[in-house]
Design a protein around this ligand. Structure first.
Ligand code: PEP
Length: 247
């Protein structure tokens, strides 16, 4: 059985020292047993990646950038090189978060290039997809998710592991978590879709206002293999309260 995934998206939070303190506290409060059934991922702000790496390198916690450029080197001022992130220990990267799509106009075509790049560097992509409120109200949720999946995963290696995060945009940072029925329906459809696309090694995680009090019910649903967590991942206690849904 797959390990459950708990992925922290810190956005523009945490200085290097705060990231280091989180890492030390998190490791002090988790044991080998924790990592037998669970995976922890952290996506810190870029300036804190190196310090986080120094504190997590010898641990099972995986970390990586929240956003990468489609090329690893060249004249792309202000962009992030996945190869350089990898050189300081990153083994994962977040791709296509809705904030990137909406605020920075990231397109499915460049998201696809990023997934391909991450695969070529043997970095695990965590690909975000999800509908806006307007799209849900128009009954377009599955259409939008499938379109995003198909475009982002065009020509990728079907055997390499990939994590897909279903994040309804209206549930991110709003406190308005999707209902169990909504998550159940979309994850079941995404599972079918990924299977029909011949993916052999994938996990589906949910994101959008996950907290300790809703985590247990959400993770009990079929095809919910973990969470992508924003606000509640900023404190070790609230992050662990979610990770320890089973205790
Ligand atoms: C996110 O940033 O991807 C997210 C799900 O945030 P939150 O948990 O705060 O809704």
């Amino acid at each position: 059985m797959n390990k459950k995934i708990f992925a922290a998206n810190w956005k523009l939070n945490k200085t290097p020292d705060q990231a280091a303190a989180f890492a030390q506290d998190f490791l002090a409060k988790t044991s080998e047993k924790f990592f037998e059934t669970k995976e922890a991922f952290i996506f810190p702000q870029n300036f804190s990646l190196d310090k986080l790496s120094q504190n997590l390198k010898k641990s099972p916690v995986r970390f990586g950038p929240q956003q990468i450029h489609i090329e690893v080197k060249g004249a792309f001022t202000g962009e992030n090189s996945l190869a350089i992130a990898q050189s300081i220990g990153s083994t994962i990267c977040l791709i296509g978060h809705s904030e990137r799509r909406q605020i920075f106009s990231e397109l499915n075509s460049s998201i696809n290039k990023k997934v391909l790049l991450s695969q070529s560097l043997d970095t695990l992509p965590v690909l975000c997809i999800g509908e806006s409120l307007e799209q849900r109200q128009k009954n377009e949720t599955l259409k939008v998710c499938f379109e995003q999946l198909e475009a982002a995963l065009s020509a990728v290696n079907l055997s390499k592991r990939i994590v897909v995060a279903y994040e309804p945009v209206w549930a991110i940072g709003t406190g308005q978590v999707a209902s169990l029925d909504q998550v159940k329906e979309v994850h079941a459809e995404l599972f079918q879709k990924m299977t029909s696309m011949n993916f052999k090694n994938f996990q589906l995680i949910y994101g959008g206002s996950v907290k300790a009090d809703n985590a247990k019910d959400l993770i009990a649903l079929d095809h919910v293999d973990g969470f992508l967590i924003g606000g509640a991942s900023l404190e070790v206690t609230s992050f662990l309260d979610i990770c320890n849904f089973d205790s």
